[in-house]
Write a new protein. Structure first.
Length: 138
């Protein structure tokens, strides 16, 4: 997919998001987010990316936090994508290392994304917060 092409429907937005994310094209990833997108990832206070983000600079910091706190992904797999109107749920798992503790975690996740007019309007990550928190615990 050409990252300058605006996606049309929800499925195209999801496909564009993962293509751009997988290519490491963060400016193109951020371009997919609508101004004022509802963005939240639950988790323990010791998990650097957990919390609510407002604005594209906060969302950019969310994605940048992975590079600051994790090794490159040892595995990143999406197994299922369900789309219903403006809603999509992506299920998958990933495995990362935490250099600060020397630990590795496997994280099973569900990502609920809403989209409208070719933009991501909602981003909610549900992940194995216990496994992630334990990996950050010294």
């Amino acid at each position: 997919m050409n990252t300058t092409t605006a996606p049309a429907g929800t499925r195209e937005v999801i496909d564009a998001f993962f293509a751009r994310f997988g290519a490491g094209d963060m400016p193109a990833v951020l371009d997919l987010f609508a101004d004022g997108a509802d963005f939240h990832v639950g988790g323990a206070p010791n998990v650097p990316w957990a919390g609510t983000r407002t604005g594209k600079s906060d969302i950019a910091d969310f994605f940048a936090s992975f590079g600051r706190h994790l090794t490159p992904a040892e595995e990143y797999v999406t197994t299922t994508t369900l789309v219903d109107g403006n809603h999509a749920v992506v299920i998958g798992h990933n495995r990362f290392g935490v250099p600060a503790t020397g630990k590795t975690f496997t994280n099973h996740f569900a990502l609920h994304i809403t989209a409208a007019d070719g933009k991501i309007t909602g981003y909610r990550m549900y992940e194995d917060s216990h496994a992630v928190s334990e990996a950050f615990t010294t």
